[in-house]
Design a protein around this ligand. Structure first.
Ligand SMILES: [Zn+2]
Length: 279
C-alpha cells in the first residue's frame, strides 16, 4: 500500500509481514479517532480475539490533532499529543490482538471535505488489501461531523471497490449518539458480553482521554449494560452487554441509493412509531 501521508502508521502486533497480516482480515473497522474503534466495534474485536481463522483490523483516519489534554499531558504540544494518541491506539491493538492497526494521519478538515480524494484513495487500498466480510463504521445519525465525514468517505470507497470487495454486512455503530431510538426490528443487536476484562482494558489504555476528564471507560460499559437491560421489557436478559448498529449494507450493495434518504427513513419510522402510540 502507498498511503498518502508520510505520518501514516501501520502496526502489526504479532509481527506478521504486512500484506499477509492485512489479507487475513475478516472484520474491518474504520473510524475517525483513536479510541472510537474500542468504544463502538468491540463486537468485531471479541469475535476475532484468540482465533486463528478470524482477524480484526482497525483503521483510524485522523491524526489526533487538537485532542483535549490535562494532568501529565497538560503541557504537551500538539505534536507530542498526536504521538501519545498514536501510541495509545497501538497499545489497544496489542491488547485486542488485532491483525493490524492502520492510522492514516489526516487532519479532520480533509475528512470532512467531500472533494478530497486522498482519504477515499487510502481507504480503497485498505479495502482491497483486507477484503473484509464485516465492516464497522460510524452510524450516519452520529452528531460528530468528523465521524459522519469518515463514514461518507468509507461508503464512497466501498462503492468504488464493490466489484472486488463484497462484505456480508456493514454496520453503523454508536459513539456520539446511541441507537436506542431505532425500531427493534431494524436494530442490528450486537452482543458484547464476552471478556469484559478485555473490553475494559481496550478503552482503559486511552489514558490521555480518560485522564483528560472524560470517563469513556465507565460510560462505554454503562451504555452496553443499559442496552442489555432495556432492550426488551419482557423476559430475562440473555446478555449483560449489547451495542446497537444501523445496517448500512444496502448503501454499499446499491450505489444508486441516496444516503440521506436511506438514513432519514429510519428517522421517519421512529417518528411514525411515536405518533402511533400517542393516538
Ligand atoms: Zn471520535
Amino acid at each position: 500500500m502507498q498511503l498518502h501521508n508520510a505520518a501514516a502508521d501501520v502496526f502489526i502486533p504479532d509481527g506478521t509481514e504486512q500484506a499477509a497480516a492485512l489479507a487475513r482480515t475478516t472484520h474491518l473497522c474504520i473510524t475517525a479517532h483513536q479510541d472510537d474503534i474500542e468504544i463502538m466495534a468491540y463486537h468485531g474485536i471479541a469475535a476475532c480475539f484468540g482465533r486463528k481463522d478470524l482477524w480484526f483490523t482497525g483503521v483510524v483516519v485522523t491524526n489526533g490533532a487538537g485532542s483535549p489534554r490535562s494532568g501529565i499531558y497538560g503541557d504537551y504540544t500538539d505534536e507530542e499529543m498526536q504521538r501519545v494518541r498514536l501510541r495509545e491506539q497501538r497499545k489497544a491493538a496489542y491488547v485486542g490482538e488485532y491483525a493490524a492497526q492502520i492510522q492514516l494521519a489526516f487532519p479532520s478538515s480533509a475528512v470532512k471535505n467531500p472533494n478530497e480524494t486522498a482519504v477515499v484513495d487510502d481507504l480503497k487500498q485498505i479495502l482491497l488489501a483486507t477484503r473484509p466480510q464485516y465492516v464497522y463504521l460510524h452510524n450516519l445519525a452520529d452528531k460528530h461531523d468528523t465521524h459522519i465525514g469518515v463514514s461518507l468517505r468509507s461508503i464512497a470507497a466501498l462503492r468504488a471497490v464493490a466489484g472486488e470487495v463484497k462484505p456480508k454486512k456493514v454496520y453503523g455503530c454508536e459513539v456520539w449518539r446511541d441507537l436506542d431510538w431505532l425500531s427493534d426490528e431494524e436494530k442490528q443487536v450486537l452482543p458484547v458480553s464476552s471478556r469484559s476484562n478485555i473490553a475494559a482494558a481496550l478503552v482503559g489504555v486511552f489514558d490521555s482521554q480518560v485522564t483528560g476528564g472524560k470517563r469513556y471507560d465507565l460510560a462505554t460499559a454503562g451504555r452496553r449494560l443499559a442496552h442489555a437491560t432495556y432492550y426488551a421489557s419482557h423476559g430475562t436478559d440473555q446478555e449483560s452487554a449489547l451495542t446497537y448498529a444501523m445496517d448500512l449494507t444496502p448503501l454499499v450493495e446499491d450505489p444508486g441509493l441516496s444516503i440521506a434518504d436511506y438514513v432519514l427513513g429510519f428517522v421517519d419510522r421512529f417518528r411514525a412509531d411515536v405518533a402511533r402510540r400517542l393516538r
